[in-house]
Design a binder for this molecule. Structure first.
Ligand code: ASP
Length: 601
């Protein structure tokens, strides 16, 4: 028999009672986390989002209450009306904040029951993720998920408050719009009113926020959902949340300062004080020092040790004199066994462009002077692992631009090995422990990327990104060397966000579209409205967007984005709880003027 709530009012949350509440009359409401039946005594761990209190039903409560308590099972919803009592010294539970007290029940109301569950929030072993996602409502009751969702809320609020205090307006932009330029596939929404026509869900509010600058809202932000139909990788979601902002009359430093400010506020939610300003390095430096455009600063940078080798050494070792030679240092790895050294070889793989020297002692036997010099340049401590990566000798002479590309390939190979070694020896160097947050800005990204398959230049960020003033004249002659006023904020080897100073002049925007291989007709068809808007007094402006999900994941120390998104999709883009996507009725399709092709997949 279920009871009604009637006019009963909750007086306390389950997690907030303390010794000082002893003697108070209380009404608690929540879920039965666990029930222990000792015959004349029944213990109920009552849980709500604030925590757990132990309630006890003694025989004093009378047979009716006792019978009711007897029938309770995990996750039944109850109201306990009782009084707070100090526990005997011997039964104090030091593991929970309410452990000094218990609530002695005078009355119980059973507000709802619960069917047997495939798992319960009290389980100590985690159910498999599919089961968790299918019964997400139960999964979200688990204290870890309650923590993550609360943290997400606190982070969003902290960011909002910070940006508000800096004079930013939070302005909404449409979800039903037209294709935006982030380079992924669009999710489309068919129009019923205009059969055969579609809205696109925004991959980001990029164009709208630039239009808002044209409209005079000089500091805009939004914590906003974006939709990208990408080939799904393990930690991507088809819809995700960005902290999106744009500033008029901005230089990169203004954007950096704003982001550093709101990240500082966000990290305060877990009690971490960030050091600002974050260091800045150019894309080019990032590649040279870390072999990647999102450096993980928790490990030492790579050292350029090319000068350690004399020409004869290079010749004997088959190293190309024009390509880089770098040393990787991984701290505190200690002496490696033969087997471990072989594993490094396997990790590096059989590469055409680069070779790794993982046995420095062996190298030292034949090239003692070179290794002394390498040690001077890379400065490893005696217990550190030292590995050298060099460009392999090329069969034929190359053009300067080819050499530039091949040099990058060598840096990239070294950078990958550095990260793989960092992962492998994480226990030994200890730099990856939760709480070691190393931020940086990477600036001056290349403007264009060469698309091998399409045989044309693509925008490396997006086509509204401004080139460097000094590189404007190279747009046509040498697009590969044009730097963009684009920047990324990076944390521990993860890109948290990217942004740029935008093009605010129509003539330059048109030039960039042209450099990207867009004909005037295509420019008009895709971005005509925007090219027109740019002509009506557009202020210089710039901005950035950061992934909220990822930030919360890092703060929570969680392993996947799904742990910090209340209702995520699986890696295969399925919502297991709602069971979406699904086919729709013939009638709906007909209304939309859509026929599903049998051969589509
Ligand atoms: N719209 C860009 C993105 O989503 C960010 C930006 O340039 O502000 O990556």
């Amino acid at each position: 028999m279920l009871d009604f709530l009637g006019d009963l009012k909750r007086t306390h949350m389950c997690g907030e009672l303390r010794a000082s509440d002893a003697g108070s009359k209380v009404v608690l409401m929540g879920w039965v986390n666990k029930r222990r039946d000792l015959g004349n005594l029944i213990f109920l761990d009552l849980r709500d989002r604030s925590g757990i209190t132990q309630a006890v039903v003694t025989s004093d409560a009378g047979a009716a209450v006792h019978d009711k308590a007897n029938a309770l099972r995990s996750e039944f919803v109850v109201a306990v009306i009782g009084h707070v009592k100090l526990r005997d010294a011997g039964t104090v539970n030091k593991n929970i904040p309410t452990g000094e007290i218990e609530v002695v029940a005078d009355e119980l109301r059973l507000l709802n029951d619960c069917k047997p569950l495939p798992f319960t929030p009290a389980d100590t072993v985690l159910a498999n993720e599919e089961v968790r996602l299918k019964h997400r409502y139960v999964d979200l009751r688990r204290p870890e998920m309650q923590y993550n969702i609360r943290l997400r809320h606190q982070v969003s609020i902290a960011i909002r408050e910070y940006l508000n205090a800096q004079g930013f307006y939070e302005i909404e932009t449409p979800f039903m719009t037209r294709s935006t330029p982030e380079g992924a596939r669009d999710y489309l929404v068919p129009s019923r009113v205009y059969p055969g026509e579609f809205y696109a869900l925004p991959q980001s509010p990029q164009i709208f926020k630039q239009i808002l600058m044209i409209s005079g809202f000089d500091k805009y932000f939004q914590i906003v959902r974006c939709f990208r139909d990408e080939d799904l990788r393990a930690d991507r979601q088809p819809e995700f949340t960005q902290i999106d902002l744009e500033i008029s009359f901005a230089r990169p430093e203004m954007v950096f300062k704003t982001v550093e400010g709101f990240l500082t506020a966000a990290f305060k939610t877990i009690g971490t004080e960030l050091q600002t300003p974050f260091p800045q390095i150019s894309y080019d430096q990032a590649i040279r020092l870390y072999g990647i455009d999102k450096p993980d600063l928790r490990l030492p940078a790579m050292a350029n040790v090319r000068e350690a080798f004399v020409p004869e050494d290079l010749e004997t070792l088959n190293i190309d004199a024009e390509l880089p030679v770098v040393a990787i240092v991984i701290p505190k790895v200690g002496e490696l066994s033969r087997k471990e050294r072989d594993e490094i070889k396997t990790m590096f793989g059989d590469r055409k462009e680069a070779k790794a020297f993982e046995d420095i002692k062996r190298l030292e036997k034949s090239f003692p002077d070179a290794v002394v010099k390498i040690r001077e340049l890379a400065k490893p401590n005696p217990e550190d692992l030292l590995v050298v990566v060099a460009g392999a000798k090329r069969a034929e002479a190359a053009t300067p631009s080819k050499t530039r590309q091949q040099a990058y390939d060598v840096y990239a190979a070294a950078g990958q090995l550095r990260l793989a070694l960092g992962q492998k020896y994480a226990e030994r160097h200890g730099a990856f422990k939760h709480g070691n947050f190393r931020f940086l800005w990477v600036t001056d990204f290349p403007m264009f990327e060469w698309d091998e398959t399409e045989g044309r230049w693509n925008a490396a960020h997006h086509p509204f990104t401004s080139p460097h003033d000094e590189d404007m004249d190279k747009l046509e002659s040498d697009p590969g060397s044009v730097r963009a006023l684009a920047y990324d904020v990076v944390l521990n080897g993860t890109e948290l966000g990217s942004g740029s100073i935008r093009i605010h002049r129509q003539d330059i925007q048109s030039k960039i579209f042209k450099a990207l291989g867009m004909s005037p007709e295509e420019q008009q068809a895709r971005f005509g409205f925007f090219l027109e808007a740019l002509q009506y007094g557009t202020p210089p402006h710039g901005g950035i967007a950061l992934g909220l999900d990822r930030i919360v994941m890092i703060l929570a120390g969680a392993e996947s984005l799904r742990e910090v998104i209340p209702f995520p999709k699986t890696a295969k883009a399925v919502d297991l709880m709602m069971d979406a996507p699904t086919p729709v009725s013939e009638r709906q399709l007909k209304e939309l003027g859509i026929a599903v092709r049998k051969d589509s997949n």
